[in-house]
Design a protein around this ligand. Structure first.
Ligand code: CKX
Length: 609
């Protein structure tokens, strides 16, 4: 019997309990856990917060860098009132893979640390009595898993994660774990599409349940004042809302959708969600939100912060949205993995557009990806024997991502990979499959893209035409021709872009990354690289280039805030391309961007054509 993996809510019939807090925790470097039956109780555990990444909580390096298996454990009581319900444990993010045991018995497992999964535990639990939840998590990186990397063995026998990407391999139970109780017969999923005719919205819905017969489905939509806007009956149907309030950027309006399955007069299940109604499409070079051209301004953004690592930190999350509104941003890309469900719900509420990225990062064999990506060695990534398995996992995670986020108003596009080695011939069949799958999965047919690495120039990239819009990660003036050579950088940047007009003449372009590492507080006149003055000069140069090109429809600077990476000669305690520091305070560039973004007309660029 399938179980709903929908974002958990409480309603008249659904129950929920958040298991966030302190859990027991233990590293398992020698793989003793299963043999010694740690599922029946962890020997000498320490405490660990959930949600959080364990890495930055420790004061010793071995623990911070720990790679391998580790265990979480919590004793829980399940209310007797839930006896006749289907009970599940929902993990919003267990990075990167997890196996869940309940009272010593395996309940399920999941691969992919940034997407939710639910294991059904009704049959293995005792009600009104203690139950032991044990979770074996593993954070090793592999070439056939997302995000991509490898796991090295060090001289002392310990393992070390070597990501083919530029961010710290934060792991653990990074998002909330929830106990969910649903009616035995329940709604498993729902999908929405819209068409707008003048002031009226046609909302088309379809609802699926875990059983087929003997019930009716009702759908109702309420406005923010609680008034009924429209309703319908049936598993699929259309609801018309006259004088609809659309979801707009910085002016979000969320309707309450209520789906019920009813047997006779009895409500068997009820699911509710807050939904923004909007359309998003591409017309020539334009992005159209609700039929009106819109220029994307914002960031490539990690989900991470001091101490919590990749762990969901609601205060930091809220601060980030306040900063995005302050600076005049209207969008961000969830670099380089799906961000938490809470993040997307906040983006829905605040009216911020999201380019939603799957964790397909590191698709180029290199442990200095950020450097190699600009220098261009050929690693023949897609010709490896691991490619078939990687593709399988990539498609699976794309499916789980689209299933999770397809109804979110904020999600306006899917990014199917970051900086893959699309100069490799074999990348073409790989991405044809990925794009076809994404197109088939999204009922709203959102535009698709991948972000292009610097060496995938118009003459060399084998895959750009698969995209509905082109996303360029470009660093002229940083990785190449930096500092005093910035004029040469501008020239070569312009030359590359002239090449793109010939190759892709009719699609929108977004600069999905551009940036310069900047140590907050370093001031230098005249500028030098790494100073706050250079970051602003570099951004001014990029903006001059963007503004001279009619096909540019967006800029998402790299990065929202400084973030932690692995150690190395290219990084000073992390990547410093943030417009804000890691503690979320503005660098000089933030003021420049605020002035620019607040000043750009809403229909920037499209009115020039
Ligand atoms: N793009 C030349 C991917 C990001 C990195 C960024 C950087 C690279 C640049 C590739 O994850 O952080 O190096 O700053």
């Amino acid at each position: 019997m399938s179980f709903s993996n929908l974002y958990p809510v409480t309603t008249s019939v659904r129950r929920l309990s958040d298991l966030s807090g302190l859990w027991n925790f233990k590293f398992d470097p020698d793989g003793l856990g299963k043999k010694e039956k740690w599922t029946q109780g962890l020997p000498s555990p320490m405490t660990m917060p959930v949600p959080a990444s364990f890495a930055d909580i420790f004061t010793d390096k071995k623990s911070r860098e720990y790679t391998g298996d580790f265990w979480y454990e919590k004793e829980i009581y399940i209310p007797g009132e839930w006896r006749d319900m289907e009970v599940g444990l929902r993990f919003e993010g267990a990075a990167h893979r997890a196996t869940v045991y309940v009272n010593g018995t395996k309940a399920g497992s999941h691969e992919g640390g940034f997407l939710p999964f639910t294991v059904i535990i009704s049959k293995s639990v005792a009600f009104d009595a203690p139950n032991l939840i044990s979770v074996q998590v593993n954070n090793e990186l592999r070439e056939d898993c997302l995000p991509v990397g490898r796991t090295a063995e060090l001289a002392d026998g310990s393992k070390m994660a070597k990501g083919y990407f530029d961010f710290f391999n934060y792991s653990g139970l990074i998002r909330p774990v929830k106990l969910v109780a649903l009616p035995k017969k329940h709604i498993t999923d729902y999908s929405l599409t819209y068409s707008l005719i003048d002031k009226c919205a046609e909302v088309n819905y379809s609802v699926t349940a875990n059983h087929k017969n003997g019930f009716r489905v009702s759908a109702a939509i309420y406005d923010e004042s609680g008034n009924l806007s429209g309703e319908a009956e049936g598993k699929e149907g259309s609801i018309y809302i006259s004088n609809v309030r659309l979801w707009e950027v910085h002016n979000a309006y969320l309707y309450k959708f209520v789906f019920k399955i009813i047997d006779g007069e009895t409500v068997i299940d009820e699911y509710t969600d807050q939904i923004g109604i909007r359309t998003f499409e591409i017309d020539g070079h334009d992005f159209l939100l609700n039929g009106k051209p819109i220029y994307m301004k914002g960031f490539g953004k990690h989900e991470e912060s001091e101490s919590s690592g990749r762990g969901l930190n609601p205060s930091v999350l809220k601060r980030d949205f306040e900063l995005m509104k302050w600076i005049g941003a209207n969008s961000f890309r969830t670099a380089h993995y799906p961000h938490s469900e809470e993040t997307l719900r906040l983006a829905d509420r605040e009216g911020i557009m999201v380019v939603d990225e799957v964790a397909a990062v590191g698709l180029m064999a290199s442990t200095l990806n950020f450097f190699d990506a600009s220098q261009g060695p050929q690693t023949r990534f897609f010709q490896k024997e691991t490619t078939a398995k990687l593709l399988e996992r990539h498609l699976q995670q794309l499916k789980e991502l689209i299933l999770r986020d397809k109804n979110r108003a904020c999600v306006v596009a899917w990014c199917v990979a970051n900086e893959p080695e699309t100069t490799d011939d074999e990348s073409r069949p790989y991405f044809e499959t990925v794009f076809a799958k994404a197109r088939a999965l999204d009922p709203q047919h959102r535009p698709l893209t991948f972000t292009s690495l610097m060496t995938a120039t118009p003459d060399k990239c084998k895959c750009a035409d698969l995209c509905d819009f082109i996303s360029l990660n470009r660093y002229y003036g940083w990785y190449v021709f930096g500092g005093n050579e910035i004029t040469a950088a501008e020239n070569i940047f312009r030359q590359e872009l002239a090449g793109w007009t010939g190759r892709i003449p009719d699609k929108p372009f977004v600069f999905s990354e551009y940036g310069a590492d900047t140590a907050s507080g370093i001031h230098k006149l005249p500028s030098v690289m790494w100073s706050e003055e250079y970051q602003t000069e570099y951004l001014n140069m990029c903006h001059r280039v963007f503004d001279s090109l009619p096909f540019v429809r967006g800029e998402q600077v790299w990065a929202f805030a400084d973030f932690q990476t692995g150690e190395g000669i290219m990084r000073v305690d992390g990547n410093k391309k943030g417009i804000f520091t890691r503690s979320r305070q503005p660098k000089a560039a933030a003021h420049l961007l605020k002035e620019r973004w607040e000043g750009l007309p809403l229909r920037f660029k499209s009115e020039e054509e």
